[in-house]
Design a protein around this ligand. Structure first.
Ligand SMILES: *Cc1c(COP(=O)(O)O)cnc(C)c1O
Length: 422
């Protein structure tokens, strides 16, 4: 079931007032739901001592939300300098932050190691020699290549640009030991929106096998394994929920087996984004036009600048019309934004009840990879973000972009390189 019933019950009665107060379009996030998911994750994995979730910042890079997650004991997974700065601004430092970058520049490493540092998650063996200093702890991102088939969304690991290959992984840790690094972890990220818990257990098993091997050959006692993110959520009403408890049980058994064999056990880290915030956000947009040509179109005041996933991946986002939740569908329509791109559609050939201008559409599950993925193509400005707080109040946590923002990068003293400069 997309968008929880409890979020729906909290939001629905006050939605018209929120729309009157703030105007559409906007994303709104549910503090209660986010906190509940954090608590569930922490509870389910509590028997695994030292479990830590590093929230993938790119999913919802809003400091108001990140603060809630930080208070729940989460760290942050960053892949750029602005994401590092955002995490540090709310107080995260050192082992609270994982820097999982790809094709990283020397300047990025310097930033990552400054300001209280972080856990470096290196994406390639060649990067060791490019670090500006010896870090306390190093983690490598492992790419199993043909040893593992990726899940259906992320694709085949052989074709993925990420990580250290199987035959390089031992050499990579040897080089790190040689450099003087004392603490180690290992990471992988193979799934995206995977709703089969067994896949994540297999991923933990895969990393534990390598950790065993490297313990035997290099005598490294790994501090942690990081099995990445990619836990799936049900976007469509037909989708099953991810069985988090079964995943925790499976990994616990694997860790116990590992402990018996090796006499120590690494901590379990995870870096989910979607699973934490995805179902706890919706995009609210008003119907502004109807058009009937070869197909019937419902035009809304949001565009793919607010939500790229349908246009970019053909992703399904459930939609309901506020106040018409219980009406049977009576029309097959495309729900569209205003961009001059024919993939600016929130839904294609979707069955919905009849809409009228002014109707409020609720587009589900936009709490992760929603606002953050938006762009300014075609002069479209990204909408505001709101949060429905636990006490029922609603707070603006990011204003909408303005024309001034759009023009900000044109506001500078021109730099000119004269002709024939020598
Ligand atoms: C995007 C990403 C994540 C989060 O993915 P979700 O599908 O939101 O869980 C985690 N780790 C890395 C390295 C990523 O690139």
């Amino acid at each position: 079931m997309p968008m929880s019933d409890s979020f729906s019950k909290r939001l629905s009665p006050i939605l018209p007032d929120i729309v009157d107060t703030f105007g559409t379009p906007f994303h709104i996030y549910d503090e209660t739901g986010i906190c509940d998911t954090c608590d569930t994750l922490n509870t389910v994995f509590a028997p695994i001592g030292g479990f830590k979730e590093y929230f993938a910042v790119k999913a919802l890079p809003n400091p108001h939300i990140m603060k809630i997650l930080f208070e729940k004991g989460f760290g942050f997974d960053c892949s750029s300098v602005p994401e590092l700065a955002l995490s540090r601004k709310i107080g995260a430092k050192g082992d609270d932050i994982m820097f999982t970058s790809n094709n990283t520049s020397a300047a990025q490493f310097t930033e990552a190691m400054d300001h209280g540092g972080c856990i470096l998650n290196l994406d390639d063996i060649s990067l060791i020699s490019k670090l500006p200093a010896v870090p306390d702890v190093i983690c490598f991102r492992y790419n199993p290549g043909p040893r593992r088939s990726g899940n259906h969304i992320i694709g085949n690991p052989v074709e993925a640009k990420y990580g250290v290959s199987h035959d390089q992984i031992k050499k990579a840790y040897e080089a790190a030991i040689h450099m003087g690094v004392k603490r180690f972890g290992i990471h992988t990220m193979l799934a995206s929106n995977e709703r089969n818990f067994a896949y994540m257990v297999e991923t933990a098993d895969m990393l534990l096998d390598i950790v065993t091997e490297l313990f035997q050959h290099l005598d490294i006692r790994f501090e942690f394994i990081n099995i990445g993110g990619g836990l799936g959520i049900p976007y469509s009403p037909n989708d099953q929920l991810f069985d988090l408890a079964a995943m925790a049980r499976g990994i616990m058994q694997s860790l116990e087996k590992f402990r018996k064999k090796n006499g120590f056990v690494p901590r379990l880290y995870m870096e989910s984004g979607r699973y934490i915030t995805g179902p706890h956000g919706v995009l609210i947009t008003s119907v502004i036009n109807h058009k009937h040509i070869y197909r019937d179109y419902v035009g809304v005041d949001a565009s793919m600048a607010a939500l790229m996933r349908p246009g970019m991946y053909g992703a399904y986002h459930h939609i309901h019309i506020h106040g018409k939740e219980h009406l049977p569908p009576s029309k097959t329509v495309d729900v569209v934004g205003a961009l001059c791109e024919n993939n600016d559609k929130f839904a294609i050939q979707r069955q919905l009840p009849e809409t009228r201008e002014g109707d409020i559409l609720v587009i589900h599950d936009t709490g992760a990879h929603g606002h953050s993925m938006g762009f300014n193509y075609n002069g479209h400005l990204r909408p505001k973000e709101l949060m429905l707080q636990k006490d029922g109040s609603v707070v603006l946590i990011r204003r909408a972009e303005t024309m001034a923002d759009y023009f900000a990068t044109l506001d500078f003293v021109p730099q000119v390189m004269p002709a024939n400069a020598s």
